[in-house]
Design a protein around this ligand. Structure first.
Ligand SMILES: [Zn+2]
Length: 226
């Protein structure tokens, strides 16, 4: 597949369409609507809380966390004080729950965060693991997706021990398209994009860039065998 390099890093994306108030890559949108429809008869209302996000949006999230304007959570989803952290440690802490701009799969339009709107409102949803575990409002959805998501082309790239990113049971990727994106992802391109950005602590990010890209972009769960 021919891939436009600028959209691998969130700089532009010409293949997006509007889907339920979000922007998605067009094949991803069609597959999502089919999956959503199929889940209705099992009592689920699958809704999207986050889809396409461009570089600038991700940069504003990153910089808000790096400057203390937005709360930083540790692995246990507890708030962390940032004042005493070194740049490198701060980067590691932000990376628990947020991607470096240019390194988010949400730039691709193929990746979505989803929840069960029959069980919890968008407003109350926190996107924490407990919500998708036994007794959580999205547990039934999570089990349904375990059995059915791959039939619609979706899978979880961020799984325990299979990804450098924390497990995100709500995050699904449309692999027929995203597999080509990851195959075209390029370390020299992302270096140039970051060097040219206003990302806070970008100098330390660039010192560590090879390891960070390996850990947070390339190290994801393998796509399911069909
Ligand atoms: Zn996500």
């Amino acid at each position: 597949m021919q891939v436009n390099h600028r959209h691998l890093y969130g700089l532009e994306h010409l293949g997006l369409i509007e889907c339920l108030g979000h922007q998605l890559e067009s094949n991803t949108a069609a597959a999502f609507l089919k999956m959503q429809q199929a889940a209705v008869s099992d009592g689920l209302d699958i809704q999207i809380c986050s889809a396409y996000r461009d570089f600038d949006k991700q940069q504003s999230i990153w910089n808000a966390k790096a400057s203390g304007k937005r709360v930083l959570l540790n692995k246990e989803s507890q708030p962390v004080a940032i004042e005493l952290l070194s740049s490198s440690h701060l980067i590691d802490m932000i990376l628990i729950w947020s991607a470096i701009p240019g390194m988010s799969r949400h730039h691709w339009g193929t990746d979505i965060d989803i929840f069960d709107a029959n069980q919890i409102s968008r407003h109350d949803l926190r996107l924490i693991s407990q919500e998708y575990q036994a007794d959580g409002p999205c547990f039934q959805l999570s089990q349904w997706l375990d059995s059915h998501a791959h039939q619609y082309g979706f899978y979880r790239p961020y799984q325990e021990n299979l990804s450098g990113v924390s497990p995100e049971p709500w995050h699904f990727s449309y692999f027929p398209i995203s597999k080509d994106y990851i195959n075209n992802y390029h370390i020299e391109s992302i270096k140039a994009v970051i060097a040219d950005s206003s990302i806070l602590h970008k100098d330390v990010i660039l010192e560590r860039i090879d390891a960070l890209v390996d850990e947070y972009v390339f190290r994801v769960a393998p796509i399911p065998a069909l």
